[in-house]
Design a protein around this ligand. Sequence first.
Ligand SMILES: [Zn+2]
Length: 321
Amino acid sequence: MLAIDFHTHAMRPDLIPASVLRLRARATLSQRGFDLTSTGADEAVDRMTCRIIENMNDPEATHLRRAMESVGTGHAVIVGLDWGLVGEPVDVSLLYSWLDWARPVVEAHAGFFSFVIGVDPRRPEAASVTHQALTEPWVAGVKLYPPAGFAADDPACDPIYAAATGAGAFVMCHTGRQTYPFDLMRGRVEQYAAVQRKHPDLRLVLAHAGAPLWGPHAIEVCAGHPSTYLEVSGWHHLMTKEPDRLRAMLESMWRSAGPQRVLFGSDYLAGPGFDNAASAVRQWKDFFEQTASDFGIDLGRSQAAARDLLHRSITTDERPP
Ligand SMILES: [Zn+2]
């Protein structure tokens, strides 16, 4: 029944800055108890960085396409990320690289994918790149990643919200958890109340709906503003450990925002290292659909809303059932 996945990732690994991948590698090793001050630590970080790159290497989105089809998804949104100002700065050419990469990928898969361009508003060129990207019909929206180090209600974001609204596109913002080198505080959701008041016509998607820390906050921020949406990826981590809490959270989202403003997403990262993880997306879809059915929620309304949000990039005859 859920034909659209509103949050997925495929990428050519060099679109994520090397310094960020290295910090990720250090974090992973540390979490596994590795002593980063020991001799040979640099080599271990190098090896881990290489593994991360190999695992997520999906330059033509063939791994993502296969994974999505294997779980019955008919259309997926590929979300881009501008992490160029998180580690060692990477200039605006990174954003053009994302567009140059995504254009042939979206074309080659003829209607299966929409693309969302990640933009860091602190770049002097942020507004002009956003305008330029939104001249492309296959660019469905813009992704802001405040934990990269900025506030969602910073005036620097205003031209991006205005450009998206003017182009009939949406802005998707990362909310909820993130860890070093990102800024957890910028994952909080209260800041979006100011954004809504300043940009009442903005179509705003709260990616991850505050998962797992600020679900009730995300619901409250979303509830009163008719064009704010909750995208539920991230909450799936509760599926096995806290299924009752997850069911209650979903019910609260549906009851407070309405089923049409709760969008299904998996945040699936495709690549050779993650082919086996596609079954977890299937589990999450099944859980979401079963919970909706238990509470008498019509997911057709959610799917119609997702299609409407993606209207720039899905043509009528390409629309999934
Ligand atoms: Zn994501």
